[in-house]
Design a binder for this molecule. Sequence first.
Ligand code: BYC
Length: 338
Amino acid sequence: MYTQSFNVPDGGQAAPGPQAVPNEADAALQAHFDAAIDADGKIEPRDWMPEAYRKTLVRQISQHAHSEIVGMLPEGNWISRAPSLKRKAILLAKVQDEGGHGLYLYSAAETLGTSRDQMVEALHSGKAKYSSIFNYPTLNWADVGVIGWLVDGAAIMNQIPLCRCSYGPYARAMIRVCKEESFHQRQGYEALLTMMQGTDEQKAMVQDAVNRWWWKCLAMFGPPDDNSPNSVQGMRWGIKRISNDALRQKFVDATVPQAEVLGVTLPDPELKWNEAKGGHDFGAIDWDEFWQVVNGNGPCNKERLATRVKAWEDGAWVREAALAHARKQQQRDMKEAA
Ligand code: BYC
């Protein structure tokens, strides 16, 4: 079962970040917290918060951070094979941005009293989840464009409401993340537009990539609302603002006209406009496949984790050197102050 609960105290034990208080004294603090949530206010790191709220945030933010970091891998594979200097420079910048998003998010989660080392350990040991979407392979250059257009497009749809999340550090991190994601989405769409003006072979590559990624992107929004155990409380706390199904619907409705302009067919014979609901109907998502992937059995889960663990181990000397330097600096500062 995925959780970071092992590093978030359950009872009244004080966490290094926001102050925890014994349960008996909670009523007034709880009322203050509830009032802030009801008034659509922000909760900040030093504010009292229920432990369940803290845990939910650590779970979601750390999972989000891991997704950004693991998300660097499928596209990173293509940096050395980008078809031009321009595409290479764009892809390098994009992958670097994802690394930055991971760092803002780890920092936001650290304000809740969980260290980055603890979060990284949870990822590397397989306890922590990251987005299902990054467990699929990137087979050709069109996949890189489709990741920008559809994966980042889905990410933006999910993340714009998070800019209004009740937890201040997460909401503020998401504002910058969303601006950068918007660039990522456009570069992907533009790369695909270029390919769609090319040879028949290039057009076929784009269609093939869309066929392989479409359903995986719909599943990215998480299980249907009636099978989403965290949604009700997440919405009550103002962490989630729009439900998994509502975001999925918005994504489909926004993407259909973009596909028409691009000249690709979305691989769903049941996809059609429904005048009565003011949105598109679409076919059934394969949730068995989704859970297989989430539970570690997707096509690339093992490879992705192994790559992250190796990068961490290979970087041990850098962390040791940085710590040694910090210790020396501290000793020098203390000597000077004495
Ligand atoms: N993959 O009750 P639910 C990016 C889990 S980064 C894996 O609906 P919740 C990008 C869920 O964790 C994209 N697991 O949960 C980066 C829960 O399990 P636990 C990442 C998933 O939290 C680089 C269980 O299923 N974005 O786009 O209310 C390059 C039940 O779900 C997934 C974020 O992380 C999934 N797709 O809602 C390019 C955004 N979906 O934890 C692009 C922040 C669900 O109880 N996160 N699960 O064991 C969220 O908005 C929410 O956490 C979710 C799930 C909508 C993902």
